[in-house]
Ligand binder design. Structure first.
Ligand code: SF4
Ligand code: SF4
Length: 378
């Protein structure tokens, strides 16, 4: 039985106390932070967004962890690799992490430049940043958000940012379906093995996350030694069917079912948390998805009235499905789009909406899904 603790945290001013209590609820601070230990703190720094946009982990959560580590005599550092098409320094600036690390005199690592080690998932190679592998303790600090591809992004998905550079976008082409991506994320989780995961659920994001949704007050900090158990507990309190989230099927069932909620978990159904429009698709049986592949797709639609013609979506696309010319709105070549959502994730003005094929809408909204949501577990 793995514990997942929930501590109420109505605002970031209460983050130091909430983070401490969330960790202490797992036992005590001592097993996690020790003198002389190298601690790598891994926030979600997906994009260059301000903290109140709820796209990235709030710096006050990271500050609380830095201070806990320091108090124990450990040596904390902070590092993450944002989505491939962005400049890391822009992300540091806007998310408040440059200021945080200067104020706390903590190294802010550019994982694009620190070297990496190669691994594989089946026949596909990828690399993980060395500071993550060399740390004595990785503290994983996800933001609680929806995700148009994986429905939830939290403990497991946050570890994708330990892969430096543009490979993150390219790997979507090698792992095109949500289930494929779940398999890769499971492999990354087993390599990185974070010793502690603390989720920023103070203000999360619902709707069309991970960047195009709306900030939503959830008012908690959650912690666990296992990111898989933490994600399963989040599903429980936020009303997300486990079968809709593609990584649980790649871990042992116990990690998502044998969990004990401690502290003060929100009662199921007590929090408003709207799922992305595409979530029911994840419940369509896989044999049907394979059989009807050409007719079951999710693709982006660009809203030309909102688009500021920055070209960021085209740069992020792993299959070059978006054609972009200066001063024009990007055009989609639907035949080569794999529905990975990278463009949607990076649009700075929420001009990209993911839409489903007619048949996918019919199947998912007609509830021709594998398991009723309330019982779902793949
Ligand atoms: S157009 Fe968007 S959803 Fe389609 S492959 Fe490119 S980045 Fe992915
Ligand atoms: S859709 Fe968004 S990311 Fe793409 S060019 Fe327009 S504003 Fe930029």
């Amino acid at each position: 039985m793995t514990s997942v603790s929930f501590i109420p945290c109505p605002s970031y001013a209460q983050a130091p106390d909430a983070v401490r209590r969330a960790v202490e609820s797992l036992g005590s601070l001592t097993p996690f932070f020790r003198p002389g230990q190298r601690v790598l703190i891994k926030p979600n720094l997906l994009a260059d967004a301000f903290p109140d946009q709820a796209v990235t982990t709030h710096p006050e959560i990271a500050r609380a962890v830095i201070r806990l580590a320091r108090e124990a005599g450990a040596h904390p550092a902070v590092g993450d690799s944002p989505a491939g098409a962005l400049r890391v320094t822009d992300v540091w600036e806007k998310t408040g992490f440059r200021a945080l690390c200067e104020q706390e005199s903590v190294p802010l690592l550019n994982l694009e430049q620190t070297g990496s080690t190669a691994f594989s998932c089946g026949a596909v190679s990828f690399t993980v940043a060395k500071p993550v592998l060399e740390a004595d303790l990785v503290v994983n600090l996800p933001k609680v958000k929806t995700h148009s591809l994986t429905v939830l992004t939290a403990g497991v998905k946050n570890l994708y940012g330990t892969l430096p550079g543009f490979q993150k976008a390219n790997l979507h082409a090698a792992f095109p379906t949500p289930s494929d991506m779940g398999r890769l994320l499971a492999r990354i989780t087993e390599i990185v093995k974070p010793g502690l995961t603390i989720a920023d659920g103070v203000i999360g994001m619902d709707g069309n996350g991970p960047s195009g949704g709306e900030p939503v007050n959830l008012g908690f900090v959650a912690a666990s030694t296992d990111p898989v158990s933490l994600d399963a507990a989040l599903c429980q309190v936020l009303g997300i069917p486990l079968a809709a989230v593609p990584w649980f099927q790649h871990f042992s069932r116990e990690r998502s079912t044998s969990i004990s909620l401690t502290g003060q978990p929100p009662a199921p159904g007590s929090l408003r948390f709207r799922l992305p429009g595409t979530w029911r698709n994840r419940l369509i049986p896989r044999f049907l998805v394979r059989l009807l592949a050409p007719l079951l797709w999710v693709r982006p639609v660009v809203d030309s009235t909102r688009c500021i013609q920055c070209g960021r979506c085209a740069s992020a696309c792993p299959t070059r499905a978006l054609a972009f010319k200066t001063n024009t709105t990007p055009r989609l070549h639907g035949q080569i789009c794999i529905g990975c959502c990278c463009c949607h994730e990076l649009c700075p003005v929420k001009a990209i909406h993911m839409t489903e094929s007619w048949l996918m809408r019919r199947i998912s909204h007609g509830r021709l899904t594998s398991t009723p949501p309330s019982e779902a577990h793949s």
